[in-house]
Ligand binder design. Structure first.
Ligand code: ZN
Length: 131
């Protein structure tokens, strides 16, 4: 199934428009943890107790190292959840953008590119003559 080049370019524009409309986004994943505190007498140290939490944190890789962020309140957590969700949407759109570009590359006739090359060569030879 070969789609016409014009259709492919329209699809690409539609994907780019969606990327433009994305809200703030950030990479990382949000996980919930439960744990024990420093007080040995606290209920969290009793057997079969769930411990404190859940505490949510965001982890992401920065130059190969895992960076952890915690949230002061549920509003901050929800904001981060939206931002991470938007990042997943961005990744999905970026993949679609790559796929459509690959189709466009295959559909693009060579003549158009050859024409552009000829123009460039002409302007550079003009520069040489001017010297
Ligand atoms: Zn405790």
């Amino acid at each position: 199934m070969n789609e016409p080049l014009g259709d492919l370019e329209q699809e690409r524009s539609a994907i780019l428009q969606q990327i433009l409309r994305l809200p703030d986004f950030r990479s990382g994943s949000i996980t919930a943890t439960r744990g024990t505190c420093g007080k040995p007498t606290c209920h969290c140290h009793q057997p079969n107790q769930p411990g404190h939490g859940p505490n949510y944190r965001l982890t992401r890789k920065v130059k190969g190292k895992t960076v952890t962020e915690t949230f002061a309140n549920s509003a901050e957590l929800q904001k981060a959840q939206r931002e991470v969700q938007a990042y997943h949407r961005f990744r999905q759109l970026a993949q679609e953008l790559l796929e459509i570009n690959e189709k466009i590359c295959l559909a693009r006739p060579v003549e158009q590119l050859a024409g552009a090359k000829k123009k460039r060569r002409k302007s550079s030879s003009r520069k040489l003559l001017a010297k």
